[in-house]
Design a protein around this ligand. Structure first.
Ligand code: PRP
Ligand code: URA
Length: 209
């Protein structure tokens, strides 16, 4: 069974609360998502392997640690996942970026794929699949399926807000994928929205409603 990491650092909780507020407009919403994504990236990358290298400081030669092993790829689920990319790349500028286009059919709540473009060496990279909302889990589970179909094996899912239903769905479909969230909410409503949630993340991010 995969692990669920809830990153409830006070700064993250404070910023998530501001994002939830219906009075928060797109500019501030984007800035907050950016800041939270950067804070989450710090935790998500905690277990990156290190290797020892020898360098020369102004004082002496020294053995120090740098990141080794697999490189990262960030894969946002379009559209709302785009809002998490800049915050993460500000900490990991060498990461490559792929895109998966999915939307949730409003009637069936089933994910529909419309785009997929990954780095050529995605299979050799650790993938951070990012999307602010994990609701029914349909979109995330399908996106992980697409990544696996294209040979990716080392995948972490990073969400801002998750519903228990979405976590359970991803854990059942993909027990090898750990999930990192800033907040675990109570439930879904009858329309598949997270309660209390923050509404439609894509619309709030891009001001489309
Ligand atoms: C939202 C969100 C997730 C999905 C979550 O995207 O960004 O991708 O819904 O719901 P699920 O867990 O029930 O699948 P949406 O389909 O609204 O598309 P958008 O990002 O283009 O607004
Ligand atoms: N997608 C969103 O943007 N918000 C939700 O609460 C559920 C799905």
């Amino acid at each position: 069974m995969s692990q669920v990491h809830v990153m409830d650092h006070p700064l993250i909780q404070h910023k998530v609360s501001l994002m939830r507020d219906r009075e928060t407009g797109p500019k501030e919403f984007r800035e907050l998502l950016n800041e939270i994504s950067m804070l989450m990236a710090y935790e998500v990358t905690r277990d990156l392997p290190l290797k020892t290298v020898e360098i020369e400081t102004p004082i002496c030669r020294a053995q120090t640690q740098v990141i080794a092993g697999k490189k990262l790829a960030i894969v946002p689920i379009l559209r709302a996942g785009l809002g998490m990319v800049d915050g993460i790349t500000s900490l990991v500028p060498a990461a490559k970026i792929g895109h998966i286009g999915l939307y949730r059919d409003p009637n069936t709540l089933e994910p529909v794929e419309y785009y997929c473009k990954l780095p050529a060496d995605a299979q050799e990279r650790e993938i951070l699949l990012v999307d602010p909302m994990l609701a029914t889990g349909g979109s995330a589970s399908a996106a992980i399926g697409f990544l696996k179909k294209r040979g990716c094996r080392n995948i972490k899912l990073v969400n801002l807000i998750a519903a228990p239903e979405g976590v359970a769905r991803v854990q059942e479909d993909h027990p090898d994928v750990d999930i990192y969230v800033a907040a675990m909410d109570e439930k879904l409503n009858d329309h598949g929205y997270i309660v209390p949630g923050l509404g439609d993340a894509g619309d709030r991010l891009f001001g489309t409603k």
